[in-house]
Design a protein around this ligand. Sequence first.
Ligand code: 7RM
Length: 650
Amino acid sequence: MSDQTITSVSRESRVFRPSAEFQRQANLGSLAAYKRLYAESVNAPEKFWGRQAKELLTWRRPFKKALSWKLPHAKWFVGGQLNVAENCVDRHLGTARENKAAIIFEGEPGDIRTLTYKQLHREVCRFANVLTGLGVGKGDRVAIYMPMVPEAAIGMLACARLGAIHTVIFGGFSSEAIKDRVNDCQAKVILTADGGWRRGKVVELKTNVDRAVGFTPSVQHVVVLKRTGNAVTMTEGRDRWWHELVDAAPVEHRAKGFDSENPLFILYTSGSTGKPKGVLHTSGGYLLGTAITTKYVFDLKETDIYFCTADIGWITGHSYVVYGPLANGATILMYEGAPNQPGPDRFWEMIDRHGATIFYTAPTAIRAFMRWGDEHVKKHSLKSLRLLGSVGEPINPEAWMWYHTLIGKKRCPIVDTWWQTETGAIMVSPLPGVTPTKPGSCTLPFFGVVPKVLDEQGREVPRDSGGKLFLKNPWPSMLRTLWGDDDRFKRQYWSELPGYYFAGDGARIDKDGYLWVVGRIDDVLNVSGHRIGTAEVESAMVSHPAVAEAAVVGRPDELKGQALVVFVITKSGVEPTKELREELRAHVAREIGALARPDDVRFAAGLPKTRSGKIMRRILKEIAAGGEIKGDTTTLEDFSVVSALQAQED
Ligand code: 7RM
C-alpha cells in the first residue's frame, strides 16, 4: 500500500433506514430500482442520458447523438437545439402550472411577493427585450451583481433566453472582485441594484459597481434595480433604471433555439492561488443534470414548496434555486437576507409561514443554528417539512444528528449532497426513501457518476482507507472548460491521473460502498507520516459540548512534519480557559487517537470563510505559520476576522 493514502480516524457507524411511509411516495421507490437505473447509466450512458434528455427537456431540434467525448472535452446532445429559459418557464404555461407560484420571495425587511409561472414568463420576456435593446445577443457576457431578489433570476433567465452568457458575481464581493471577473469575461452589461438588505443594513451594490466600472472598459451599460431606495449616482448614457427600461419594453418575446453546447454561464470560483477560475457551463447537459437531480434527490412533487438557502452567487443558487427547480415547474421560496434577521429563527418562521416542504442548506449554517440555541427552533412547528438537504462541506455527525432531530423531527430523510461548481449538479447523494443514510457520508453515486478513490499511483485504495477522489466517466452537467484558459482546465482537472477528472478532495469508500469526503487534498494534514483529512479532526472537536465550530490546519514542525493547530469557536456562554484548551486536546485524542491530539488550540471569535460558508484553511495555515496572507482573498466574507486572528498572534 502506498504511504500516500489517507488514514481514516472516524468511528461513526450509525445507520438510518428510510421510513416505509417516505418510501411509498418516493419518486424512486426502491434500492433495486436505483441499482438497475444506475447500472444502465454507467453501462449504456448514451442510451440512458438520451432517454432522460428526451423525457425531461423540451427540444427545438432533436439531438443526433447523446455524447461526443474527446477527453477532456465533452459535447452532450450533439446537434440538438433548445432554449433553456423556455424549458424553465414557457413550457409550464398552458398546463396546470400556469398559475402556480414559481417564486415566493421574502425580502429581509419582511416584504413578500409571489410570481406565478405566467407572471415570471412576462417578466423574463420583457427583460429579454430590454437586453436586446442594450445590444446583448448570443454569446455576449452579462454580469449580474444583485441581491437575492426575483429580478436576479429574471436576469439570468433573460440571458438564457437570448443565448447570452451570464456571470453572477456574489453580492457580498468587493469592487475589486467585480473588476477582475468582468474584465476576465469582457462583460458588456452589468445588472445590479441600488442596494440589498443584509442584517438590517443596505449593502450598496451600485456604489461597488461604480468603483469597478472605471476599470472595466468592456462595460457599455449598467442596469440598476431600485430595491432599497438609497441614493445612487447614475452616469448619463451608461446607467439605466431597470423599471424604466422594463416599462418601455414589449411583453412579447419569441425565443430562439440554441445549440445544446451553447454556453449558459460562467461562474468564477477562487483558485488556491492567483486569479479566480471561470467555470464554463453549457445548455442541454447542464439543464438535464440539474433537472434530473432535483427530481430524484429532492424527490420533487407538484405540491412542494422548495426552500434552498443558497445565494444565486454560488453554484447551488444556480442549480438548485433557479435552473433545476424551475425546469421541474416547482415553487421555490427565495429569501434575500441574513438567517438571523430580525432573530435567529428567521428560517423556521419562514418555513411555517409558507409551508415549506424541502429545506436545503449548508453545514456551516446548521452549526450556527446549533450555536444560537435550540429554543429558537422549538418556537416553531416545522410540520410542513418532509425532506432536508446539506451541501458545501462534509457535515459532521454532530450537526447531522441535530439537523435530524431538531429540524427533521426524526421523520425527514437527510440528503447529504456532494458536488462542485465544476460538476454543475449533485454527483453523490442518498436518494430519499431509498438509501439508508450514515451521518457524515454522502453515500452513493447518482446516475452516471463513477467515483474512484485512488492512491498516488492511480491504484484503488482498499476499503476504508483514504485517497484522492476522482470521477471516471463524463457526465452531462460537467464543466466544459475554464473561460479563456483551456490549458488551466486541463492542468487543474485532468492531469492528476490521465483519463480521470480530479475533484481535489480526499475521500474514502467504506465496506458498503459509501463515500466519505474528508476534506480538500490541499488541506490534508501530515502528522508523523500519517495523512489525515481535516473533516475528521474537526468533527471530533465539535463533538465536545463546549465547541461550536472548529478548523484544523498543519503548521510546519521539524519533528512531526506538521503540528496540528485547531482554531476553535466556543458555544455562547462558554469561557475559553487554559483548562478548556487542555480538555479539548484530550478530547480529540480520546475520540480519534493520540495521533491526532492537537498541538495547539486557539480560541477565536470567527473563522475566515467564503460567503458560501467554506472555511478558507489556506489563510489559517498562513496565520498558524505566522506568515503573511498571500493569494486571492476576494472571496473572503469578512476580512476583519483575519485581522483579529493575526492581532491575537502578536
Ligand atoms: C456545491 C459546492 C465544492 C467543494 C467540494 C467539497 C466540498 C461540497 C460536500 C462537500 C463533503 C458534501 N460547490 N463539498 N459538498 N464535501 N460533503 N456534501 O459546494 O464548488 O463551492 O465547492 O465543497 O470539498 O469539492 S463548490
